[in-house]
Design a protein around this ligand. Structure first.
Ligand SMILES: [Zn+2]
Length: 140
């Protein structure tokens, strides 16, 4: 039982840096609502591999300068067993609850955020590609 929604707790969104901050975890309610809806569609636990990042940790791991993660409006979700990142991205997009979706097929996760404007992308072999290319990657 989560303390944010049925299946999600605030601790899952805490900054994952080791010695960077107080590990507080501001997290957007709209983001969490979307994740809960996705959890229901998937029907299995979703692992948040990156939720909130303090600026120090975000810099350390090479995140975008003004990453949505530093605003508590983004989550990276590992593709659960039986789901490819492309499948998970399509399911997330179909909900219409996230503004932005990035698919990282060769790294096994999907980024979703609620930045307020639409944005989609793929990231393959260490470089940005179109969302469609990201979705197609696994079908090669
Ligand atoms: Zn931190």
């Amino acid at each position: 039982m989560g303390d944010l929604t049925k299946n999600f707790s605030r601790s899952e969104f805490a900054c994952k840096g080791a010695v960077c901050c107080d590990h507080s975890s501001p997290v957007s309610r709209r983001l969490v609502r979307g994740l809960q809806a996705l959890r229901v569609v998937v029907g299995a636990p979703l692992t948040i591999t990156s939720g909130f990042r303090c600026r120090k940790h975000n810099r350390k791991i090479g995140g975008a300068a003004d990453s949505q993660h530093t605003h508590g409006t983004a989550a990276d979700i590992a593709a659960p067993a039986g789901w490819t990142p492309a499948d998970l991205a399509r399911a997330a997009d179909a909900l219409g609850l996230f503004d932005a979706i990035g698919v990282y097929p060769d790294r096994g996760f999907v980024h979703v955020d609620v930045r307020g404007v639409r944005s989609t992308w793929g990231y393959v072999a260490g470089r940005l590609v179109t969302y469609e290319e990201g979705l197609r990657y696994e079908q090669k």
